[in-house]
Write a protein that binds this ligand. Sequence first.
Ligand code: 6PG
Length: 259
Amino acid sequence: MKTGQILRHEVDLLVVSDFAAVAQEAAKQVVAIADKAVARCGRFTVALAGGSTPKRLYSLLTAEPYCTRLPWRGTHIFWGDERAAPPEHPDSNFGMARATLLSRVPIPANQVHRMQAERTDLDAAASEYESEIAKVFEIRPTDEPPMFDLILLGLGPDGHTASLFPYSHALQEATRWVAPNYIPELKTNRLTLTPPILNRASAILFLVSGGEKAAVLQAVLEGPPDPERLPAQLIRPVAGRLLWLVDQAAASRLGEKVP
Ligand code: 6PG
C-alpha cells in the first residue's frame, strides 16, 4: 500500500514510510490535538501507551519543534494500561514514559497519574485510578466516563490493544472505567482502561509499525467482526476521531483478500 491518507470503513488510516515516520507523524498529531484541547478547555488530557513505537514518539516530544509547542503545565498524563511491574522495572509502561519523556519536560509531578499495577489488590488499584480520573475531570466515578482529549494505543500481534487481550475478562466490562485483567498467555495480571472509557475519547491514535503486524492489522480493519479474538476491533469512538497511523510494512496486506 502506498503512503498517504486513505479513508476506509469510516476509519482514518494514514500510511507512512517506516517506524520513524510513524513517530514523527504521531508527534505532529499530538501537538495539533493538544492545541485544540487547550483552546477548547484550557488543558490537555492524554492516556499513554506502552510499546516500542510510543517510546520513539516520547523521545521526539522532548525535542524541538515539538517540546516548546506542548502545554506541559496544562497537561494531565494517564495510562491506557500498565504491567504488573514497579516503576523501576524495565517492563513498566510508566517507567518507560518517565525515562523517555516525563523526566525531560516541565510537567508538574501532580499531573502525572500512574497506574499502580504492581499492587496485590488490583481491584482496589483500579477503583483508586477511577477516582483519580474522576477527580481530574471533576466528576464522580459513577458518572458516564469522561472524555480524554487523546488516547494513544498500540496493536499487539495477537490483536490486543491496551491490556485488552483476546478472550480476556475485561473485554466484557460495560461500566467500570479501569479493570484488572488476567492474561493467561503471560500468566500475569495487568490494569487496563476499558472499552467504555476508551471509546469516549475525543481522539484515539493507534500507532502500528512492522511487518509482524501486517496480518493482524488486515484482520482488524478488513476481516469480519470478531472482537473477542481481535480486541482492537472494540475500539469505536462514540463521537471522537479514530486515526490509524501505520507504516508501509504493517499496511502491506491491506487491500488483499482476507485469508
Ligand atoms: C503494552 C501496551 C500494548 C502495546 C502493544 C503494541 O503495555 O505493551 O500498552 O497494548 O501497545 O502490545 O506494542 P508495540 O508497539 O511494542 O508493538
